[in-house]
Design a protein around this ligand. Structure first.
Ligand code: COA
Length: 248
């Protein structure tokens, strides 16, 4: 297990913190594994709400681009990433997120699976998939147009336009903004509020509201096929290499 994800249960709330600050919480295979386990085991362990958090300045800078570069050679996205996306989509417990700073790639698309999101005024959301020669993932090609309409989703997912906290609030990606120092407290307040509700009624309401999870999982899998193809492309490899060459 990695120490880049810290899992802590406090009463009925599970707090899951991505904690790789030196790399802006870029996700590795081991981090995906730890996140998957934390989400998938939550319901069995009587957790009633799970809060996903980052560190000051970085919620999550997306998949580790070194791993993408390696995947470009092997031709296949890390299956731990796919398992994480399935666990998110099928989570039996409500998900809350607290976002400070950068939320890039899966750092933004994972929020589409959350039930309540608090962001700091410093939060910046972006999904530069196409700029990296890739395609959207995490069922974002389905969920983002549903949430914000085709044109906002196109600007975000395809044009890679960044959203600040105000814009994210405006298009429904987040519920509330607070000063960065208050993000954890505000997200946990919502998590404890949800955990205090009658759990069976919460679960039934969530099922009604989220519709077919099979459709969401099928879209994740459909995206993964294209994503794998794009990872092998010269466009993607050039973009990953350019990121690591930028400081030389
Ligand atoms: N994968 C691997 N390493 C990453 C990373 C990622 N997705 N994001 C950041 N890092 C690393 C940087 O390489 C750097 O490492 P170094 O100190 O060893 O050089 C460290 O994290 C700090 O990043 P840096 O770029 O110096 O910080 P910044 O404050 O100038 O910018 C970001 C922060 C998040 C805006 C910028 O790092 C970035 O754009 N990252 C890539 C995001 C991305 O494209 N993700 C994939 C989405 S599909």
């Amino acid at each position: 297990m990695t120490d880049h994800v810290i899992v802590h249960d406090d009463r009925a709330v599970r707090i899951v913190r991505m904690n790789r600050p030196d790399k802006k919480n870029a996700l590795t295979g081991a981090m995906y594994q730890a996140l998957t386990h934390a989400i998938a085991s939550a319901a069995d362990q009587r957790v009633r709400c799970l809060a996903i958090m980052g560190v000051p300045g970085a919620f999550c800078a997306g998949n580790d681009l070194q791993d993408f570069l390696a995947a470009a050679q092997s031709g296949r996205l890390d299956r731990h990433a796919v398992q994480f996306l399935h666990a998110l989509a099928r989570s039996a417990v409500p998900l809350v997120a607290g976002v400070q700073g950068a939320a890039i790639g899966v750092g933004t698309t994972m929020l589409l699976h959350c039930d309540y999101v608090v962001a700091g005024t410093d939060a910046r959301f972006s999904t530069p998939f196409v700029k990296l020669g890739l395609v959207p993932e995490a069922a974002s090609s389905l969920l983002a147009p549903r949430l914000m309409g085709h044109r906002h989703a196109f600007a975000t997912l395809v044009m890679g336009r960044e959203l600040d906290a105000t814009a994210a609030l405006g298009c429904g990606l987040i519920n509330a903004t607070v000063v960065p120092q208050q993000v954890d407290a505000e997200a946990l307040k919502a998590a404890y509020e949800i955990a205090a509700l009658p759990p069976e009624a919460v679960a039934a309401s969530r099922r009604l509201m989220r519709g077919s999870l099979d459709e969401v999982v099928a879209r994740i899998d459909q995206e993964v096929i294209l994503f794998d193809e794009r990872l092998r492309s010269a466009e993607a490899r050039a973009a990953f290499e350019a990121f690591f060459a930028r400081k030389r």
